[in-house]
Design a protein around this ligand. Structure first.
Ligand code: PBG
Length: 350
C-alpha cells in the first residue's frame, strides 16, 4: 500500500487506493456525464469564497488603469463605492483596501498611516455607510506611508521591530475608529498581532477581527502591486529581513501558531500558487480559516498570457481558484474576484 501522510488529506485518499481494479472499476464512468461529474465533485468555487482587493486614490470620478495589472484600476472613493456595490450584488462577502497615497504624505515616521482622516479611513467610513452588509478589510503596514517603501521604520539601515509595532497599533486603531470590520497586518513584524489585539480590546473594539498575513514570503510576485501603490520605485533594498524565505515551511507553521496564540482570527498565506503546500499543511495542522492571496504577479501572468492568446483567462482563473480550494483555502484574495463572480453568476451554478 502507498505510504500515507498522517494528518493530511492525502491519508484519506491513499488509504483507499486499492478499492477497485480495472476492468471492474472504470473511473471514467463517473466522468461520463455532466450530472455525474456534478454529483461526485469534491470542491467548489463560489462568490462566497472570494475577497476583492481594491486600490484607492484621492480625487473624484477617478478610475486609473494600472499598466502591469490589466483590468485592475485605482479608484477614487466615489467610484470605489460603485465597484463595491457590484461586488456585493455578485455575492462577494468582502473587499480588502490598499491606498495609493500622494507622495507628499510619505514621511520617515509614516504619521499619515494613523491620521483618522486619511484616505483609507475615509474610504472605510464611506463604504460602511454606502454599501451596508459587505465586509471591509484593511491592510496594516507602513509601506504606503514611508519615504523608502518599507513596511516598518528604517534606522541605520535596519527595519526596527518594536517601534514599528507601536505605529501599527495606531494605524489599526484609526481603521477601527473609522468602522473597519477586520484589520490585516501584512508587515511581518514580530509580535504585532498581540499588540494590535490588545490595543483594539482596550479601545473597546473587541468586535474588530484580525486576519494575519502570518506566512508572507519575500516574493518577486509583488512587483505589479508595488507599481499600483507607488512603493516599488522607492523601495531601498529588499524585504528579506522581515518577509519569509521562500525555502521555509516549518518556519511558516511557527509564524502561524504564534499569530493564532496572539489572537488572529484567520490566517493568510501569500503569495498563493507557489505556496499551496503551506496552505495544506497549515489547514491540516491548525484547522483554522485559511485564506490565500493570489497576488498581483500571479494575476499579471494570467492576463499577460491571455493577452497573447496563449491561454483562456476565465478558464485558467477558475482552475487556479479551484486549486486554492482543493489545497484547503476557505477564501482567496484575488484581483480576478469580480471576473470570477460574474462568471459564476452567468453560469447560474447550483
Ligand atoms: C505590503 C503589501 C504588499 C502586498 C500587499 N501588501 C507588497 C509588499 O510586501 O511589498 C502585495 C500584494 C500583491 O502583490 O498583490 N504591505
Amino acid at each position: 500500500m502507498t505510504r500515507s501522510v498522517p494528518g493530511s488529506s492525502s491519508a484519506r485518499s491513499t488509504a483507499h487506493s486499492s478499492v477497485g481494479t480495472f476492468p471492474a472499476t472504470r473511473l471514467r464512468r463517473n466522468r461520463s456525464n455532466d450530472w455525474t461529474r456534478r454529483l461526485v465533485r469534491e470542491h467548489e468555487v463560489t462568490a462566497s469564497c472570494l475577497v476583492l482587493p481594491l486600490f484607492v486614490v484621492e480625487g473624484e470620478n477617478v478610475t486609473q488603469p494600472i499598466d502591469s495589472m490589466p483590468g485592475v484600476f485605482r479608484y477614487s472613493i466615489d467610484r470605489l463605492t460603485e465597484v463595491v456595490d457590484e461586488a456585493r450584488a455578485l455575492g462577494i462577502p468582502s473587499v480588502a483596501l490598499f491606498p495609493s497615497v500622494d507622495d507628499a504624505l510619505r514621511t520617515d515616521d509614516a504619521r499619515e498611516s494613523w491620521n483618522p482622516d486619511n484616505l483609507v479611513c475615509r474610504a472605510i467610513k464611506r463604504l460602511k455607510s454606502a454599501v451596508p452588509g459587505i465586509g471591509v478589510i484593511t491592510d496594516v503596514a507602513l509601506d504606503p506611508y514611508t519615504t523608502h517603501g518599507h513596511d516598518g521604520f528604517l534606522r541605520d539601515g535596519r527595519i526596527v521591530n518594536d517601534e514599528t509595532v507601536e505605529a501599527l497599533t495606531h494605524q489599526a486603531l484609526a481603521h477601527a475608529a473609522a468602522g473597519v470590520d477586520i484589520v490585516a497586518p501584512s508587515d511581518m513584524m514580530d509580535g504585532r498581532v498581540a499588540a494590535i489585539r490588545d490595543a483594539l480590546d482596550r479601545a473597546g473594539h473587541d468586535g474588530v477581527g484580525i486576519v494575519s498575513y502570518a506566512a508572507k514570503y519575500a516574493s518577486g510576485f509583488y512587483g505589479p502591486f508595488r507599481d499600483a501603490v507607488g512603493s516599488g520605485k522607492r523601495l531601498s533594498g529588499d524585504k528579506n529581513t522581515y518577509q519569509m524565505d521562500p525555502a521555509n515551511s516549518d518556519e511558516a507553521m511557527r509564524e502561524i501558531e504564534m499569530d493564532l496564540k496572539e489572537g488572529a482570527d484567520m490566517i493568510i498565506v501569500k503569495p498563493g500558487l507557489p505556496y499551496l503546500d503551506i496552505v495544506r499543511r497549515a489547514k491540516d495542522t491548525f484547522g483554522v480559516p485559511m485564506i490565500a492571496y493570489h497576488v498581483s504577479g500571479e494575476y499579471a501572468m494570467l492576463r499577460a498570457a491571455a493577452a497573447n492568446g496563449w491561454l483562456d483567462y476565465e478558464q485558467c482563473l477558475m482552475e487556479t481558484l479551484m486549486g486554492f480550494r482543493r489545497a484547503g483555502c476557505d477564501a482567496v484574495i484575488t484581483y480576478g474576484a469580480l471576473d470570477a463572480a460574474r462568471l459564476i453568476k452567468r453560469q447560474g451554478r447550483k
